[in-house]
Design a protein around this ligand. Structure first.
Ligand code: EPU
Length: 382
């Protein structure tokens, strides 16, 4: 279904977006083009295009990368501007919280569009459910906490994950037995090539383990908002071993979504490095799925192999494989695998994207040589 009218968010954003003068439009053509460009300048006055912008503060690895052009998308009023930019550059690199992106070049020779729109709208509410439309630029961890405070339930186990709301469907984020796709009703997109709005129902999002239709590349689609259906009765999701351990000795019936959110936050903080201290992108690799046959062979060689039975085969813990290859807690120049979670590649300071990718390849090769299993990078390499 195509929707032409842009949505407007009624509720106050979780935090006010920063608005301001952001530099000058970089290029002016000649003749008629000047008139057209000036028209665009006025039209897009609040969302100026900056040139040679360092993206260091906009990626959680804190990699220095200069974007030739940079703009921020703040509201539906910017759609015309986005379309202009898209047409002029023949594509845009969309950035949310930059928590899953590795910039490998010193200069990104294109235009980066950072999604900063804010707002939450209640579309439907009854005794059992609430349906929320959330602007893509909202900060995920703030949104989850806000839901927990309001007793909108389901997302507690996804607390404290970095990034924006609009980025969550892209790789179908997941943690502690929950994946965001379980709560997404639809994803609303702006087609940057045609200017049309499109609502993609969950069943058409191609959700899978850390995967969706947008994971192959955004194409023309800018995720504008995500619609969630959340329960109003709290049922803690305690199936994951680490969560069950955390709740041992506690009365589950007394648990609130907010208490769960805090516990998950503490659990994550105890294992995963704070991006403001050690740059990282969460899990750098996906957990690989192998056939029963391969699993049996590996298990015969290593009885401690960490694995999880799946419909399609057996999922192995990439962290375990990486740890067994001796990478856990080891530093190699500016990079290394985290001491408390071997799946997390960290930047000890000053690492370039190229160093990160070269090290990741070394990890992949070593694991492959030892186990015959090829790890796949989860992060986006740009
Ligand atoms: N393990 C090790 N060594 C380690 C870490 C883990 O052997 O260094 C083993 C342990 O046996 C542990 C098992 O692996 O019990 C699973 O570990 P964990 O619960 O940490 O989960 P994971 O599979 O390593 C996934 C997600 C994480 C998410 C956690 C918790 C992926 C790629 N990663 O990690 O997501 O937080 O589960 O649910 O699926 C992220 O995507 O950025 C992320 C952090």
């Amino acid at each position: 279904m195509k929707i032409r009218t842009p949505f407007h968010f009624d509720e106050t954003p979780l935090r006010q977006s920063r608005v301001g003068f952001r530099g000058l439009v970089s290029r002016f053509g000649g003749g008629r083009e000047i008139i057209r460009t000036f028209a665009m300048v006025f039209q897009v006055f609040n969302i100026m295009v900056e040139t040679n912008k360092n993206l260091k503060d906009f990626n959680t690895f804190s990699i220095d990368c200069i974007a030739r052009e940079y703009a921020e998308f703040k509201s539906a009023e910017d759609f015309d501007m986005v379309q202009e930019l898209y047409a002029r550059r023949g594509g845009l690199r969309i950035l949310g919280g930059g928590s899953n992106t590795v910039f490998t070049e010193e200069v990104f020779d294109g235009c980066v569009l950072r999604v900063c729109n804010r707002g939450i709208e209640v579309l439907e509410e009854n005794e059992d459910f609430v349906v929320l439309r959330v602007a893509a630029g909202e900060v995920w961890r703030e949104f989850v906490r806000w839901c927990c405070e309001k007793m909108y339930c389901g997302l507690e186990n996804l607390a404290a994950i970095y990034g924006t709301v609009g980025a969550t469907p892209v790789q179908n984020i997941g943690a502690y037995g929950v994946q965001v796709a379980d709560y997404i009703e639809r994803v609303e997109c702006f087609n940057m090539a045609t200017g049309e709005m499109r609502s993609v129902n969950a069943r058409d999002c191609e959700f899978d383990y850390r995967y969706s239709r947008w994971k192959k590349g955004n194409g023309n689609e800018l995720i504008y908002s995500v619609v969630f259906r959340l329960r109003k009765h709290f049922v803690p999701q305690t199936g994951y071993a680490a969560v069950a351990r955390m709740l041992e000795g506690k009365e589950v019936k007394d648990l609130t979504p907010l208490a769960m959110c805090d516990m998950i936050t503490n659990l994550r903080n105890s294992k995963l490095p704070d991006v403001t201290v050690l740059g990282n992108a969460g899990s750098f690799f996906k957990n690989p799925t192998v056939s029963e046959e391969v699993f049996e062979r590996l298990k015969a060689e290593d009885e401690n192999l960490v694995s999880f039975k799946e419909n399609k085969g057996v999922k192995l813990s990439a962290a375990y494989l990486i740890e067994r290859c001796g990478f856990k807690g080891k530093r190699f120049g500016n990079v290394g695998m985290h001491a408390k979670q071997a799946l997390v590649l960290v930047n000890y300071g000053g690492a370039t994207g190229k160093e990160i990718v070269a090290f990741a390849k070394q990890v992949i090769e070593t694991v492959y040589d030892k186990y015959g299993v090829r790890l796949e990078i989860e992060a986006h390499i740009v």
